[in-house]
Design a binder for this molecule. Structure first.
Ligand code: ZN
Length: 208
């Protein structure tokens, strides 16, 4: 007997039997059970949904962390800026010409190529491709006196990459997805404005 049947019975007979009372209790318990089951199912469905949403959020956060780690590494591996102090004048003992030289010491091992920019013309710089960490890189930028007082080269563009497998030493890499091969475009590009340093007493050696 359902609750409606009971109510109908109750209206017809003002003194319900024990059976009717028991039926009512069972019906109420059954209803309570159904309501609880509905609430429980809804809440477990919604908690399952929120668990999925939480997992998705956590995965997205983990991805962001690893991307930010990659970006941080890319910046950490970036070669340092090269300033005017890196330029010096050297007299070639054989030709007695004065050379404008760029010298810097990379803290990491890189593959390096470079170009000198003079007006619209780009000329490749003579520079070893593989440059181990801690070993000074020396690049002759220009030949000055007796031909010219100051260099007409405006800037140098140096391209850097991590070492290649074939270098077989000091291997490391950058995971950022930018080119890793030295025939591709630069992984890092460093622009160095060219400065002809003032002559030091060393010029007397040249004049002598
Ligand atoms: Zn990178």
């Amino acid at each position: 007997m359902t609750i409606l049947h009971y109510v109908a019975a109750d209206a017809a007979d003002s003194s319900p039997s024990i059976t009717d009372w028991l039926t009512l209790v069972v019906a109420v318990l059954a209803l309570a059970g159904s309501v609880w089951a509905i609430i429980y199912n809804r809440s477990s469905a919604s908690s399952a949904r929120s668990a999925v949403a939480e997992a998705k959020k956590a995965a997205a956060a983990a991805e962001r962390v690893s991307q930010s780690e990659i970006d941080r590494d890319h910046e950490m591996f970036r070669p340092p800026q090269i300033g005017s102090e890196a330029f010096s004048l050297e007299v070639n003992p054989r030709t007695k010409e004065e050379n404008l030289v760029l010298k810097f010491t990379p803290a990491r091992t890189y593959r390096i190529t470079g170009q000198s920019i003079e007006g619209d013309s780009h000329s490749p710089l003579s520079c070893p491709l593989f440059n181990p960490a801690g070993v000074p890189v020396r690049i002759v930028v220009d030949v000055l006196r007796p031909h010219r007082e100051r260099s007409a080269v405006k800037e140098l563009r140096l391209s850097f990459w991590p070492p290649a497998q074939v270098d077989k030493r000091d291997l490391w890499t950058c995971r950022c997805g930018q080119p890793l091969e030295s025939h591709e475009s630069a992984h890092w590009e460093v622009t160095v404005p060219v400065v002809t340093p003032p002559r030091t007493p060393a010029e007397h050696v040249y004049s002598a």
